[in-house]
Design a binder for this molecule. Structure first.
Ligand SMILES: [Zn+2]
Length: 186
């Protein structure tokens, strides 16, 4: 994990751009179905993974580590030297996925869990300094074949689908709109 302390209520987080290994080099693997039909993830107890229903992603979000650093530098320049907080998980996604619950993230590997807790403890320590509010920009890659930039505003997929079906406007429920309502400005 790499953390650069910032001066403003903005966190740039990169969870899937890591390139390094974790002590022990234990690779994550697909999960198994339990008797209730739920996926579970374990290095020791999942002997016959369900590669369709409980598959995981081992690919990194390529170059998002570099992108996060570049954008943090641009923000600092634009704000006359004020830095955003920058948090990058430097471990490769095949060893850890800090963007999942800890069971799927680490599958019981103790070295992985240590990294996981470091990342999340730092993440929430930063959020605690955001008073009254702040903004998190969580960088990810996508592989949909379009050369495009996609934005997410913490609106669930089914809410978006439902709104599309009824021609509803979703702006009011977005994270950015919540900030604007509280008087935030750029
Ligand atoms: Zn990602």
């Amino acid at each position: 994990m790499q953390y650069v302390k910032g001066d403003i209520n903005l966190l740039i987080a990169v969870s899937h751009g890591g390139r390094n290994s974790i002590t022990g080099n234990v690779l994550r693997k697909d999960g198994c179905l339990d008797s209730d039909g739920e996926c579970f993830y374990s290095q020791t107890d999942c002997l016959f993974p369900d590669i369709h229903l409980c598959d995981i992603t081992l690919l990194s979000d390529f170059n998002t580590d570099i992108l996060g650093e570049m954008i943090a530098a641009q923000v600092e320049e634009a704000l006359g030297g004020l830095k955003p907080h920058l948090l990058i998980c430097r471990k490769h996604r095949k060893y850890i996925d800090v963007n999942r619950e800890i069971e799927e993230a680490c599958m019981g590997d103790a070295n992985c869990e240590e990294v996981y807790h470091d990342y999340h403890n730092q993440f929430y320590a930063i959020l605690k300094t955001f008073k009254p509010r702040g903004l998190i920009i969580d960088f990810h890659g996508q592989a949909n074949g379009q050369n495009s930039t996609e934005f997410g505003y913490r609106i669930d997929k089914d809410v978006i689908d439902n709104a599309r079906a009824h021609n509803d406007n979703l702006d009011a429920t977005s994270t950015l709109n919540a900030l604007l309502r509280e008087g935030a400005s750029m």
